[in-house]
Structures are given as structure tokens and as C-alpha cells.
Design a protein. Sequence first.
Length: 387
Amino acid sequence: MENTKTLPLDGIRVVDFTQVMMGPSATQMLGDLGADVIKVENPKGGDLSRNSFGAKDEKGLNNPIFCSLNRNKRSLALDLKDPESREAVYSLIKTADVVVNNFRAGIMKKLGFDYETLKQINPAIIYASGSGYGSEGPYVHKGGQDVIAQAMSGVMSRRSDPSLPITIYATPLCDYTAGMHLVQSIMAALIARMKTGEGDCVEVSLYNSMIAMQMQEAAFQMYTGKEINWAEMPLTGVFETSDGALVLVGAFKKNPLQDISEVLGIEDLSERFPELQSQRDAKPYLHERFGSEFAKNSTAYWIEKLEGKDLLCAPVKTLEETLEDEQTRVNQMITSIDHPLNGPMRLVGSPIKFTNVDFRIRHNPPRIGEHNAEILRELGIETREES
């Protein structure tokens, strides 16, 4: 039976100028929650993610990277340098609740779609900007990107072990974190508008989001002058087994080292290293002992033994294994679409679950300009094809 229950953001219209990941992850979340998200794209190529990782968007086939970030949106492809096209977008914004962009500072003003201009057209508009560093300061015109934000925010320099080389985190945590902060700011502004009737301009940056993510470490650093590294805990680590690897967090118990020793079938190491500081000093030795024992049996064997002592642990899985995990299925984290050109596709679903409303895909990831005629007709604009 088709789900016909009203979604939380049903009736909210979002004009989406974003591309790549930070902005599109935010607007996709708004679309999943029921908003009418209209993606404004350049007709010559569209969103950059349509052609990322060498997967070209030929013949209308959508790159899986693009598809993962752009469901529940409609595409309006217009040349914003063309006066008629700009007027069409202004007409669209008059009907909108939210405008979102993640361009470098100054780009939206150059295009004629800055907040000061748009609030004259629609005083109740919520104008949401995602950027690399914000709208002011020494880095305002510096290009923002996930890896750059990792480096500039201090995240990249923090490793589990100082002896390890500095490296890039393989998943774009900055883009996604800032994207979700962008969603929060838009939702808060919508609630505020319900009370005041006034629009607002809200701003999120990769830089700020990454500093915020380190709130515990930053507070400790500023108060004590010392660095916290959660991965340096002496009884926490990743250990190879006979058929893979596991991660162990030896904490939150009265004497975790005693329990670990019992699981491994070795002498009680807590008698030699009873205090946290002595365990810190002995960490290389302890990890060598743990590692030599874990290597003697399988991951599943050790997980069962460790969980039997209520020790926090998990197998180290590949993404492919996680996607096929029973928990992933039960959590309904994989959704399927039948794309008219790509054919059947599996995508990651919404992480948000409601009791009374089910997630659903109302619009497949769109082709460039797929909804031009439909959207312009809604605005009462006659297209060239119809004239």
C-alpha cells in the first residue's frame, strides 16, 4: 500500500543552488523529510558530482555519486547569465521558503542571488549558506573542500599514534557534518519564522563544523594546555586475528585489564599494571601481548569471548560487509529505486526514523533540467517549446 501520510516538511519549498556534497547532503535530507527541493543547475554539465570519479553523465545516465546525494529533488537547468532565466528563478524564489547555496563567498552576489537582493523579493525567505570558512575573515575567499577543512581545522594532525604519518581521512566527514549543521540551522530558522513571520540568513562552514566536532578536545586543550587523544587509551586498539581484525575498547569497567587477561587465557596483567598510568606506560607491551594472542584464533571466536565478559568490541568490517549486514537490513538503511535510464539502483536510505511516517522516494535523482517544463508551468511561465 502506498504511504500517503504527510511528511514533516510537506509544503516547504527549497530552492537549491548547491553542488558536490556538503550542500546536496543537506537539501537531500530536507527532501527526504518532505520538502519540495528544486535543484537549480547549469544546463552545461550541472552539479559537479554528476561527473566525479570518472563516471560521466552521458545520455542522461546519472553517476551513482550524484544519485546518492540528489533523490527527492527536481532539476531546473537554466543559464543564470540569461536575463529571462534569472527572472524565472526570481519568480521561483517568490514562492519559496528556503534558498540554499554552498558557493565561495561573493559568488551568489555576483549572480544576483545574495540575501539582500532576495529578501526584497521575498521578505520571509530563509537564506542558508554553506561555505569553507564563513563570510568574513582572512580565509573568506580561500577555496573550501573536505580534505582542506580536515587540514585547516586540526582534525588531520590528530592521529591515534603520533608515530603514524599524517594522512587524509577516507570518508568526507567535514562535508557531511557541515551538511547536517546546515539542515539544523534551516529547521531552526523555519521554526523561528513560525513565531515571528520573519525570514533569516543562516550560515554554516566546514571550518566551524570541524572545530565544533572537537569540542571536548578543544576545551581540554584550552584549559590544561594538553591534548586529549581518545585512541591513546592503553587498553583500546585494533588487533589482527587469524582471519581479519577486531577493535577492543578496554574501558567503562572496574578492572578491564583483568577481564581481557582472562579472555586471552594469560596471567592477570592488572596485578603488574594496576593503575591507569602504569597501563599507559606499558601500552606497547600490553598491545604486543594482546596482539600475539588475538592472532591465534578467528575474529568471531574472540568477539564471542570478549562479549561474554561484557567488553566493548567489534569486528573491523569493510563497507561492502556493512552494506550486507543484517542490522543494516533491519534498520532499512538500503533503499532501491528503478531509475528510468540507469535501471535498478540501491542507495543508502535516511538515517532518521519516525513512528508515524515512513521514508519514501518521491523523485528519482533527476536528469539535468528534467523538470524544467513542469516547474516553469507551475510558475505560469510559458516555455519556448510551448510558445
